[in-house]
Design a protein around this ligand. Structure first.
Ligand code: HEC
Length: 246
């Protein structure tokens, strides 16, 4: 009898122990055992990113380390495309890097968008390699459109398109307004075209103004001087051809 009781007690203890070991994913990542490889930084990304799937299969969302002023990373590792919670560890990152970013790479591994700066040597020169760098993505909008808005429309276009009194061509490219001003809306300049016709970049006014111009086209402003053939117009082309998701 006594032995039986002891055995039972032992089993219960073992089960409790096992239970507590396997249920350690409580979101409190600092308590887990991060081990450290002495050749580089360790980054841990957790939380949720939304609209990752907008980028399609040509682009990758990665954690990447960069040296100064370079758009090609020293090394990069992609994050799984999911709306679910991420919990991702990246080790052995080159200690000579200047920054570590959550960013988007195009098919030739060039950075086309920075979603967040996880670490910057200039901002944190005293960071010890041994200390894991934590980044919590709190429902960060990683989508293509959010990026185009932030890095292109708000920075390069909105001062003529919506920040003044009358927006050029009646087109608002300010945050919160641009999507409804573009997608499926008839162009003011050429009324047989939509400003954005999803899945048809070549037939969309937005892509045309950025890539085509001739002296007799009758337009007042030559957008291609600034935007022709660069990563910016490519991004817009891909977004439209991916169905122009919001
Ligand atoms: C310096 C001012 C200026 C800037 C900056 C500017 N635009 Fe324009 N944009 C104009 C003007 C002016 C027109 C109207 C052209 C005309 O009437 O001939 C126009 C027209 C357009 C049209 C055509 C709209 C329609 O309904 O036919 C689109 C699309 C457009 N711009 C997009 C952009 C984008 C995208 C950017 C930023 C990458 C941008 N513009 C930056 C001045 C500007």
């Amino acid at each position: 009898m006594k032995i039986k009781h002891l055995l039972l007690l032992g089993c219960t203890l073992a089960a409790t122990l096992l239970g507590s070991l396997t249920s350690c994913d409580d979101g409190n990542i600092r308590e887990e055992n991060d081990f450290y490889i002495d050749e580089g930084y360790v980054v841990r990304v957790s939380g949720t990113l939304k609209n990752m799937d907008q980028w399609g299969s040509k682009y990758q969302i990665v954690v990447a380390a960069f040296s100064a002023q370079d758009s090609y990373p020293l090394l990069a590792k992609s994050l799984p495309v999911t709306e679910k919670k991420q919990d991702f560890k990246f080790e052995g990152i080159n200690p000579n890097c200047e920054s570590i970013e959550l960013c988007v790479l195009n098919p030739i591994n060039k950075r086309v968008a920075t979603l967040a700066t996880i670490y910057s040597k200039t901002a944190d020169p005293n960071h010890k390699l041994a200390d894991t760098i934590y980044f919590k993505a709190d429902n960060l909008d990683a989508g293509m459109f959010a990026n185009i808005q932030k890095n292109i429309f708000s920075k390069r276009c909105a001062y003529c398109h919506g920040m003044g009194e009358t927006p050029a061509a009646g087109l608002y490219l300010t945050e919160g307004n641009s999507y409804s001003n573009l997608v499926g809306v008839t162009s003011k300049k050429i009324d047989s075209l939509k400003r954005v016709d999803p899945n048809n970049a070549k037939g969309s006014m937005l892509y045309k103004v950025l890539t085509e111009y001739s002296n007799d086209c009758g337009w007042h402003y030559n957008h291609t001087n600034f935007f022709y053939g660069n990563a910016m117009s490519n991004l817009i082309k891909e977004w439209i051809n991916n169905g122009a998701p919001e």
